[in-house]
Design a binder for this molecule. Sequence first.
Ligand SMILES: [Zn+2]
Length: 155
Amino acid sequence: MDIHIENCNSGNIGNKGRLARWGVNIETTCALCQQGTETIQHSFFECEMTGTIWQQLLHWQGIQRKKLKWQEELAWIQRAAKGRSGGATLCRMTLAAVVYYIWQERNNTIFKQKIRTSASIVRMIIQEIHIRATMFPRLERTITKENWHLDTMEQ
Ligand SMILES: [Zn+2]
């Protein structure tokens, strides 16, 4: 599996960074956590918001450990996501969903001023994976084994 975000460690993402390079003075603070500078490195490796979401999704996958630093986490994912087992498929799908939802959330926050909680993003990701799992019988079996109750999550 290729994880391309590993290869773009630096550089601003999106329009804000580009405008800033042209001398247009626009904040490049991360829209998700309002703390770090918004770079690829920050959004996918350091951001509190991404970290919280990933931690909850690890637990959802039945992986009971604290999240690692992102570089270590990516190395772990590359091992865990190999193969055709239900668990490996779930891991790949979860990672893809996190990257997609974080990007979408970042855009929503900037352009629509809509802010969602990490819990509601986790809930959306899990719901989407449940829907997708119906197309992959092996994955569906893995997911039904997961001891996760959507209803108990706070909004
Ligand atoms: Zn951030």
